[in-house]
Design a protein around this ligand. Structure first.
Ligand SMILES: [Zn+2]
Length: 239
């Protein structure tokens, strides 16, 4: 889910290759969630792996097309070597609306709701940002995506086994340029808001993501609201 910068290296760290991924679901198209896609796509093409599906909000197909344009120079050179397929045939992109956006024979269902990541400041965007719920026969995992407070996300997360929640702390806000700080405060979740969301949704476990700096006070703010398990997420954490 999502393809942030470094995704190819991170796959390698867990013993996977670019060819082991079948689908990328995008929560939204901010660059910290998409900057790894060019590497994922071009190395997959160079390594002659099979088709990859990209599923996300409006703009996902345009993103795919932009990456294909980036790939042209490499494709032209390697095409002279007579061993490249047309990359446009390898990458299927779907711009989807909230609702059930994927299901398969294994019993996996993926549901998207629109969250408030673009909706709580004066800079209202026509783009959509999703929270995603993955229901399989043995577990349910909800990813908030990037979001501010949202009843839709709360409902989506009801009863989930695991809630992977974004969080932005005051220390994180202080790191970004001043014009971005209003967005960071309003359209992300503070530690207390993460705790409120987890408690209201009645989830068993919260895994924190997106934050850079979390102090003991930040974690205490979550636990004041939520009595379940809180895991401070980090790269390559596994449950
Ligand atoms: Zn974002």
């Amino acid at each position: 889910m999502d393809a942030g910068v470094g995704v190819v290296r991170q796959l390698a760290h867990v013993g996977l290759t670019v060819g082991d991924i079948d689908i990328v679901f995008f929560t939204h198209l901010h660059d910290d969630h998409t900057a790894g896609l060019p590497a994922l796509m071009t190395f997959r093409h160079t390594m002659r792996r099979g088709p990859l599906r990209l599923i996300g909000p409006t703009g996902t197909t345009a993103l795919r097309d932009g990456v294909l344009a980036f790939m042209n120079a490499n494709t032209a050179i390697r095409g002279q070597e007579g061993r490249m397929v047309n990359p446009a045939t390898l990458f299927d992109a779907s711009d989807v609306e909230p609702g059930i956006i994927y299901s398969d024979a294994s019993g996996l269902t993926v549901t998207a709701v629109e969250n408030t990541h673009y909706a709580l400041t004066e800079f209202v965007s026509p783009q959509k940002s999703f929270a995603l719920r993955f229901d399989s026969p043995d577990r349910s995992i909800v990813f908030t995506g990037d979001t501010g407070e949202s009843r839709a996300v709360e409902r989506l997360a009801e009863g989930a086994d695991i809630l992977v929640s974004e969080m932005v702390t005051e220390a994180d806000v202080a790191m970004v340029p001043t014009p971005v700080q209003a967005h960071m405060r309003a359209e992300h979740l503070s530690p207390a808001q993460v705790g409120q969301l987890a408690a209201a949704a009645g989830v068993a476990v919260v895994v924190l993501s997106h934050y850079t700096h979390a102090s003991p006070d930040d974690l205490a703010s979550i636990r004041e609201q939520f009595s379940g398990q809180v895991i401070a997420g980090e790269d390559l954490v596994s449950l």
